[in-house]
Design a binder for this molecule. Structure first.
Ligand code: PLP
Length: 354
């Protein structure tokens, strides 16, 4: 039985079965080596622990988080078997026995881990992102790497979602050339979109995040991934609004007809982006209804004039298979990644394995 508090808050239903199915689909595409699960930013907002446990149960043995704190928290959820690599790196010993794998991003990191004799680190090579990782000059300056016990060398693609971008091939060329400095060390290359770029982007370990969560890795083409979530939010109130009345902050929406307006328990504090003001849609009793007025912190308003059966307490769907994170993002002028990672902490997260 849901508590009253749960009935009045939004519910994020996360389909772990669909996430695992997406992972299997990506494994099919990557014959050259295993496929990791990137679960940074709390599993792209869906819950890193739940996602990683489901993937580990399906034999995914490699996980990536961004920050040390994420790695320490995730290790508490997983056994000591799977690799948990921290993309931003950490100083030797800072994982406090959690058995995390540091990613070495700078000559200073390299020197520190070399001096400490760290075993099983990942060396990040920068091949065109100019963000993290050693560039060719820094790699040359590091001298022989044979004293380092490296688990992988990796690089990250800047333009993988644009298959025609010349930087993709250039990064592949640079990566394989630079990786020669660490002979015999396994290589980790493609992110989600990189898995769809062809053979030159295959490696010993792919690192998809977004595609696991149903974001389209091939923008502009049909989405090969399954939608993994539904965001269901209850109607708090329904009111009759006469023609000519305005709704919400700034009085930006004026009723053209006598209207029925439903107020819904989600707002920009829950990651329902304010840029969706006057643009968003919801699915109410199976029908698409328009968001009217501005998105406020805790509430949004919908024109449900044409859905007379909708009642207080019913739930409307803000994100789901009918309205994917990518579609919501397009309306808000952003990307599905931001829509997912913005999802707030007030939703009750319910995990299913349908
Ligand atoms: C976030 C990230 C990934 C995953 O990227 P997606 O586009 O979500 O698949 C892989 N590698 C690195 C270094 C990252 O920062």
């Amino acid at each position: 039985m849901a508590t009253e508090a749960e009935r009045r808050a939004g519910e994020l239903v996360v389909d772990l079965g669909a996430i695992v199915a997406n992972w299997h689909e990506l494994c099919e595409r990557h014959q050259s080596g295993p496929v990791a699960g990137v679960v940074k930013a709390d599993g792209y907002g869906l819950g890193a622990g739940a996602v990683a446990k489901a993937l580990a149960a399906a034999s995914c043995w490699n996980f990536f988080v961004a920050q040390l704190s994420e790695g320490i928290a995730l290790r508490k959820e997983l056994s000591h078997g799977p690799m948990i690599a921290v993309l931003s790196g950490f100083p030797p010993g800072a994982d406090g026995g959690a058995g995390l794998t540091p990613v070495i991003n700078t000559p200073q990191d390299l020197a520190a881990h070399r001096a400490a004799g760290t075993r099983g680190a990942i060396l990040h090579l920068d091949t065109g992102m100019e963000r993290l990782g050693l560039n060719a000059r820094e790699l040359a300056g590091a001298g022989s790497l044979s004293d380092l016990d490296l688990r992988f060398v990796m690089t990250h693609l800047a333009c993988a979602d644009e298959p025609g971008h010349p930087l993709n091939a250039e990064q592949a060329r640079r990566f394989h050339a630079m990786a020669e400095a660490a002979p015999g060390v396994p290589r980790s290359f493609a992110n989600s979109s990189g898995l769809f770029l062809g053979e030159r982007f295959e490696s010993d370990l792919a690192r998809p995040g977004a595609a696991l969560y149903g974001i389209n890795p091939t923008p502009g083409q049909p989405n090969p991934m399954r939608c993994v979530l539904r965001l269901l939010v209850p109607v708090l109130q329904i009111r009759q609004v006469p023609a000519g009345a305005t709704v919400g902050y700034g009085a930006t929406w004026v009723a053209k007809r006598d209207s029925r307006i439903a107020t819904i328990a989600a707002g920009y504090a829950d990651g329902y982006l304010r840029a969706l003001s006057g643009r968003g849609f919801a699915l109410a009793a199976g029908r698409t209804v328009q968001l009217v007025g501005r998105v406020s912190m805790d509430l949004i308003t919908l024109d449900v004039t044409d859905v007379p059966e909708l009642a207080v307490g019913d739930r409307v769907e803000l994100i789901g298979p009918e309205q994917t994170p990518d579609a919501v993002a397009a309306l808000a002028g952003t990307i599905g990644y931001e829509v997912l990672t913005a999802l707030g902490t007030r939703y009750h997260r319910r995990y299913i394995t349908a």
